[in-house]
Design a protein around this ligand. Structure first.
Ligand code: NAP
Length: 330
């Protein structure tokens, strides 16, 4: 029986792993992908994390993981299939609690811990930290799925090099879209940033950098209606929302950066989510189901950044500790 199973190894999960280890908890961090770091791995440059100005996202992910490894945190490369609360007085509880280190899990909150089914087996834990982050949202337009991997990409730092000296379009107006356009402009001949409004959502400092680049053209108030091409992206069909004017723009690559979706499917039946699928939890990261904590981009929150994800990891483990103490004293 673990004290805590941390699901996900982005900044939130890795920070939770570090705090759990330092707190002396029996913890394991499950990671689906072979590399820790989450979304940060695909970020070219991070310039808003104190002490690490301009650090490459990949290096940052590696640094977080190295820190966890140095402390001896336990990791398991495995995908979670389901999380099931164990109700008190079931056979499962009796079996699970016989392995409990100090008995704190038995009777904790309104349940007696959780069974986590993974592709590789089954784990028992007193608490869960859900830190699975978010994945890329899709446009849902014709050509997007068909040409995915054939010029349509969701990661400029992963695929940008294929478009050196060529023309690309980035779709979106948030931090990711603007960062992607800046990154692509370093190697592409021309980059279009296509945004559905007349104002960008991205940080001011990024907007200023973007607008200073000679090979970037921002196309305002415009939506992409179709991505065209046979075996490879050839053009996009766009429409100006204000004038209704339609046009076709020749591009070799399309980078979709229209936001993120929480990876919360496996939690939907276990704890409450908001209408977008984010796990409902406050600053203490406590979800509506006792014993479940949400950290990072998967949680309902105002600001989704690396630093707030890392802070969630710390807060979640502090809440886990309080929960375990309370359960023990019951
Ligand atoms: P985001 O901030 O939600 O921006 C998504 C953008 O896509 C918005 O401009 C939105 O337009 C546009 N959009 C959404 N659906 C669309 C559609 N169907 N068609 C066309 N455009 C569409 O998402 P993000 O840029 O992926 O960033 C995700 C989170 O990570 C944010 O909280 C962001 O601040 C954070 N982040 C932080 C950093 C950093 O701190 N350095 C870096 C990257 C990301 P509207 O503006 O009209 O809504």
């Amino acid at each position: 029986m673990y004290d805590v199973v941390i699901m996900g190894s982005g900044p939130a999960g890795l920070c939770a792993a570090i705090y759990a280890k330092r707190a002396g908890l029996k913890a394991v961090t499950l990671e689906k992908s072979p590399m820790s770091g989450g979304q940060v791995l695909n970020t070219y440059e991070v310039d808003n994390y104190p002490g690490l100005p301009g650090i490459n996202g990949f290096d940052m992910g590696m640094k977080f993981r190295e820190h966890a490894d140095k402390l001896g945190c336990e990791f398991l490369n495995d995908s979670v299939l389901s999380v099931t609360p164990i109700q008190k007085d079931t056979e499962l509880v009796r079996a699970a609690s016989s392995n409990t280190v100090d008995g704190a899990g038995e009777g904790a909150g309104s349940n007696a811990g959780f069974v986590i089914e993974t592709e590789g087996g089954v784990l028992h834990t007193k608490t869960v930290v859900a830190a699975m982050g978010a994945s890329h949202a899709k446009l849902g337009i014709p050509g997007e799925e068909e040409l995915s991997g054939m010029g349509v990409s969701y990661c400029a730092t992963c695929d940008g090099a294929f478009f050196r000296g060529r023309t690309t379009a980035v779709i979106g107006g948030g931090d990711v879209a603007v960062e992607d356009a800046i990154f692509l402009a370093r190697g592409c001949e021309k980059v279009y940033l296509i945004h559905r409004r007349d104002e960008l959502r991205a940080a001011k400092i990024l907007q200023e950098e973007l607008l200073s680049l000679p090979n970037v053209e921002v196309i305002w108030d415009t939506v992409v209606e179709r991505i065209n091409g046979e075996d490879q992206v050839e053009s996009i069909s766009v429409k100006n929302k204000k004038t209704g004017e339609e046009a076709q723009i020749a591009v070799d690559g399309v980078f979709v950066a229209v936001g993120i979706l929480p990876q919360s499917e496996i939690m939907a039946d276990v704890t409450a989510c908001d209408e977008k699928g984010y796990l409902i939890a406050g600053e203490d990261c406590a979800c509506t189901t006792p014993g479940i904590f949400a950290a990072g981009d998967i949680r309902t929150k105002k600001l989704r950044q690396i630093i707030t994800a890392a802070a969630d990891g710390a807060n979640a483990i502090t809440s886990v500790q309080e929960y375990l103490i309370e359960a023990k004293n019951k």
